[in-house]
Design a binder for this molecule. Structure first.
Ligand SMILES: Cc1ncc(COP(=O)(O)O)c(C=O)c1O
Length: 409
């Protein structure tokens, strides 16, 4: 039986597509990029994305092309992508930022016209549907992460069409996996339990502050350090996961580990509970959507569809960074802030900058990703802190006021 096939079968049933199990979404994306893109291919993607994904694209030997994004949700704005760019890209990678869907029908149509693959990053969007179809059912391939919705500390899937393609990708995956270790597997199994224990005992604030003080957090800022000289050195050599390991593994060192039965059994239990988790998320999203801070993407959902079971609900606030710090005192640590946008972060040496970067800068600087499972606590904390809503400006006003951020080194 192929590795992880019981978990994969669960996902295949949900999605109605062939799925293979991977230890992470980043490895799933890497497999897809390697399978469908020739070396040097240009991949259109949103700059409001996890930096790890940028390094996955580089590790696959590809050129990340940054797209203009929508101020509503931070996802690619297909209408704002210049025709010259469309003619010069070889693939499109969506983000489904925080679970809010990309304009996937339009992107699918565009990719079909151009004869290029569409890759769906569904890491945040395991419960999101568009016109009745799940995110992950639209692309040439789609990557899912179990570290997100079901709070595992490992696990992912790649969804593809056809048994032959799935088997081919399983072989490529098996070549890339590194042997797991019992100690690491125990840590992977215990980490989610420790996290929920800390929350249940109201210890988030002291634990987080202690970790900050001890310097044991992997990131000091929203973006990891770029180390441009080292990165340029790697870029001059043959690409691959090993060359880009220091960047690709950040936040999940076991991203390519062949985890044993213990980890996979725990993940299976968590996936069994996924629907209950999604239902609770939808309730939280409904509450957050009614607040003054809700991003337009939350407020302007067509009525009949109901709230999406998002991974995070995007709120837009003024003085976001200070507010994030103060939320820690209320026991809320918000991750998943992708600021500055990837083109400001990495520069033109490593990515092709967006022709219209303002919306990405504005959105990345104001968004506060709220966990819908903590909706009530976050709403109370924001009210007590007197958080002020930020309203997306017009494109012209944004261009005039949003300056690029300095590159992170
Ligand atoms: C948008 C996005 N895609 C993919 C990933 C990678 O997921 P994983 O940690 O399972 O590799 C992340 C991680 O946070 C993410 O935010």
């Amino acid at each position: 039986m192929p590795y992880g096939s019981r978990l994969a079968a669960q996902m295949t049933r949900r999605l109605g597509r062939e799925c293979l199990y991977t230890p992470s979404a980043r490895l799933a994306l890497y497999l897809a990029l390697r399978r469908w893109c020739r070396p040097g291919a240009r991949v259109l993607m949103s700059p409001v994305n996890d930096d790890v994904i940028l390094f996955v694209v580089l590790a696959a030997g590809l050129r990340p092309v940054q797209a203009p994004v929508s101020l509503r949700d931070g996802n690619i704005d297909p209408a704002a992508v210049p025709e010259s760019t469309w003619r010069n890209v070889d693939a499109v990678l969506t983000t489904n930022l925080y679970g809010v869907p990309d304009r996937v029908i339009e992107l699918r149509r565009r990719c079909d016209e151009l004869g290029i693959p569409l890759f769906e990053d569904a890491a945040h969007a395991i419960g999101t549907r568009v016109e009745g179809r799940p995110i992950g059912a639209f692309g040439t391939a789609a990557a899912f992460s179990l570290s997100k919705h079901v709070a595992g500390a490992a696990g992912g899937f790649l969804a593809v069409d056809g048994v032959r393609t799935r088997r081919e990708l399983e072989r490529l995956r098996d070549e890339l996996l590194v042997p797991g270790r019992l100690r690491a597997d125990l840590a992977t199994t215990l980490r989610p339990l420790a996290r929920s224990g800390v929350r249940a005992l109201h210890l988030v604030r002291p634990v987080w502050r202690t970790m900050q003080r001890l310097g044991v957090l992997e990131r000091d800022a929203f973006r990891m350090e770029l180390h441009p000289l080292r990165l340029a050195d790697r870029a001059s050599r043959a690409p691959g996961l090993t060359a880009y390991e220091p960047w690709v593994r950040v936040d999940l060192h076991g991203y390519r580990s062949r985890h044993g039965a213990l980890v996979r059994a725990q993940l299976k239990l968590r996936v069994d509970r996924l629907d209950g988790d999604l239902a609770r998320r939808a309730v939280g999203v409904s509450l957050l959507s009614g607040t003054a801070w809700a991003a337009p993407a939350l407020r302007e959902r067509p009525g009949c569809d109901g709230p999406l079971p998002l991974f995070r609900a995007p709120l837009l606030v003024q003085d976001r960074d200070a507010l994030l710090e103060r939320l820690v005192d209320h026991g809320v640590v918000c991750g998943y802030v992708y600021d500055p946008p990837l083109d400001d972060y990495a520069g033109a040496e490593f990515v092709e900058p967006s022709p219209a970067p303002w919306a990405a800068r504005w959105f990345a600087a104001h968004v506060l990703p709220a966990d819908p499972l903590l909706a009530r606590g976050i709403t109370n904390a924001l009210t007590r802190e007197g958080a002020r809503a930020a309203h997306p400006p017009t494109a012209a006003a944004t261009a005039a006021t949003v300056a690029p951020c300095p590159r992170v080194r």
